[in-house]
Design a protein around this ligand. Structure first.
Ligand SMILES: O=c1ccn([C@@H]2O[C@H](COP(=O)(O)O)[C@@H](O)[C@H]2O)c(=O)[nH]1
Length: 278
């Protein structure tokens, strides 16, 4: 999906919601366990209940690879079931020497060989240019670089490592910016980082930001929008547990829809306020 197509979907659906699919077989409703592939059946129903309210889906790969071959099969079926009008993001946080990164990219982007044709993948940038660039060389695909993460440990290295007046997350953005552009590169910035979005926007005014951390992690959607929204919206805000585990009962998909709808309505309000939609 191109940048223009993504912006078009945001305006059409009046939403910049990304639904996370971190499907843990121990947390899904009991009645699904009779299905041949309970994880896929859960995802299928979550997708059906939320597809008109979101513009992206983000399975976190750990939840699938932790189940071995069965998990990869669930992931492949889930990827194939994602609506084509939504950006598909593999939250895999990969990055290695160039020769290996290229194989990671093929694993998640090259559907003919791997069975997975995600639009985007998250990248850990710690190993530098040759670890990131292979992901950006796939036409029509996106690399989403970790910049300022939502977790408590994100403060251990990403901030307070002042070099030439800049913190590490700022240097990551400034440097990686030269390896890609707004059409193939996004950044992960946690919703828990509030005012830091103003600093992020100094270095990446036009890039899309993937923003996890609303819902279960307590990040503020209104702060993210206040400091992080640009004239194209420029945000994909992810919520996972607060949506997919809104109920443990047979009404799980219905409750997931209610949570997604509440977020979509707040997002519509923000888009209207900023004049991005009318
Ligand atoms: O900084 C980061 C980067 C990635 N994540 C991932 O996003 C989801 C968040 O799930 P919630 O249930 O909405 O908290 C999950 O897959 C994380 O691994 C993040 O939270 N923060």
């Amino acid at each position: 999906m191109t940048r223009n197509e993504l912006i078009h979907q945001i305006k059409t659906k009046r939403s910049f919601l990304c639904v996370g699919l971190d499907t843990d077989i121990d947390k899904i409703p009991q009645h699904l366990l009779d299905h041949e592939d309970p994880v896929f059946e859960f995802n299928r129903q979550i997708i059906a209940a939320t597809a008109d309210l979101c513009v992206a889906y983000k399975p976190n790969i750990a939840f699938y690879e932790s189940r071995g071959v069965a998990g990869w099969k669930s992931l492949q079926k889930t990827w194939a079931a994602l609506p084509k009008d939504c950006l598909s993001i593999a939250d895999a946080k990969r990055g290695d020497i160039g020769n290996t990164s290229k194989m990671y990219a093929k694993a998640f982007f090259e559907q003919q060989t791997s069975g997975l044709g995600f639009d985007a993948i998250t990248i850990a940038p710690y190993m530098g240019h040759d670890s990131v660039k292979p992901f950006l060389e796939f036409s029509g695909k996106w690399g989403i670089v970790l910049a300022l993460t939502s977790n408590a440990g994100g403060l251990d290295f990403q901030v307070g490592r002042d070099v030439n007046g800049q913190q590490l997350f700022e240097q990551v953005i400034r440097q990686t910016n030269t390896w890609g552009d707004v059409t193939n590169l996004m950044y992960v910035v946690g919703a828990t980082r509030g005012e830091a979005f103003a600093t992020i926007r100094k270095h990446a005014p036009n890039h899309f930001l993937l923003v996890p951390g609303v819902g279960a992690q307590g990040g503020s959607l209104s702060e993210v929008c206040k400091y992080g929204m640009n004239t194209d919206c420029g945000l994909l805000v992810n919520a996972t547990r607060s949506i997919i585990y809104a109920s443990k009962g047979t009404d799980f998909a219905e409750k997931a829809r209610e949570e997604a709808l509440a977020l979509q309505q707040q997002m519509e309000h923000e888009l209207l306020e900023k004049g991005i939609i009318s």
